[in-house]
Design a protein around this ligand. Sequence first.
Ligand code: UDP
Ligand code: MG
Length: 335
Amino acid sequence: MAGQQVAAIFVGRTMADVRISVIVPVYNEEANLALLRQRLTAVLEGLAGPAYEVIFINDGSRDKSIDILHAFAAEDARLRYVNFSRNFGHQIAVWAGLDRARGQAIAIIDADLQDPPEVIADLYARLQQGYEVVYARRRQRQGESWLKKATARAFYRTLASITSVSIPVDTGDFRIVDRRVVEVLRQMKEHNKFIRGQIAWVGFRQTYVEYDRHSRHGGTTGYTYGKMLRFALDGITSFSDFPLKLASYMGFFVAAASFLMGIYALYGRFIRKDYVPGWASLMLVMLFLGGVQLFSLGIIGEYLSRISQDVKNRPLYVVADESPEAAVGPAKQGL
Ligand code: UDP
Ligand code: MG
């Protein structure tokens, strides 16, 4: 409890009233929202009595999700919503929640009930033992294709091996953090958000609780392979310069190899005088060099495009409407 009181110093005005904020990004989740609300509020009432808020971010859903969220907010002022003008992506949706969350503890959870809301109780209990970040680590994942699991696994292992920040493997954004962590996150201005990496970067005392990830309650995944790839590239480019360096390592390696080949060619031409027009080897070298060059350019392009987005400094997201209570929160605008 002591940790919570300290955290309250960072909280101004009426915000101190909120003990737990829960952020829920929503994209085409009409089939899940009613059950989610029921399970979530049951857990939160047990933990915080009335002193909680849930912030749903409707990320341009094409189904009736927003109507359901409007109805929730009308019935209960603790169920806030933010309605984006279009689909901005899961990480940005979570960010809009972080911009508005007023709680001393702030949890992030998916809307599809893959992350059981009841686990928040475990996360919160651990947080109160004096941690600033408690993430939920998947013991197993149900109902997801082997390709998704295999690519996710490969991605987290690769990322772990090339970043200096230790981003925990087998975790999503399902976690609870102390308000202090969110204060720091709000100062991180990059546009390409990789929230789990950013939270790892913040530091403080971090720990985890294990849980079983269920299959979706209803609906289908909003994370296409295209979105996953972009997300993976955001993670890598935000937290590692290794790919940039890889381009120069490869250049170095290829240059050394071509130098040796050059010596060999001269040796064949002038000393052994045994040379044949080597179409195949020439093609090989050309294609290889072309490949390395394009790959290196691509890497540079990936970083450059992100730098250009940061330089443009557009708003992160556009809000069509949101529940009035949200106006009380700090940092109303994205960024
Ligand atoms: N989501 C979102 N915007 C998107 C895609 C997904 O806000 O463009 C939300 C979605 O409603 C869910 C969470 O992000 O609450 C995780 O998405 P999903 O379950 O589709 O991903 P998966 O669990 O399959 O990785
Ligand atoms: Mg899901």
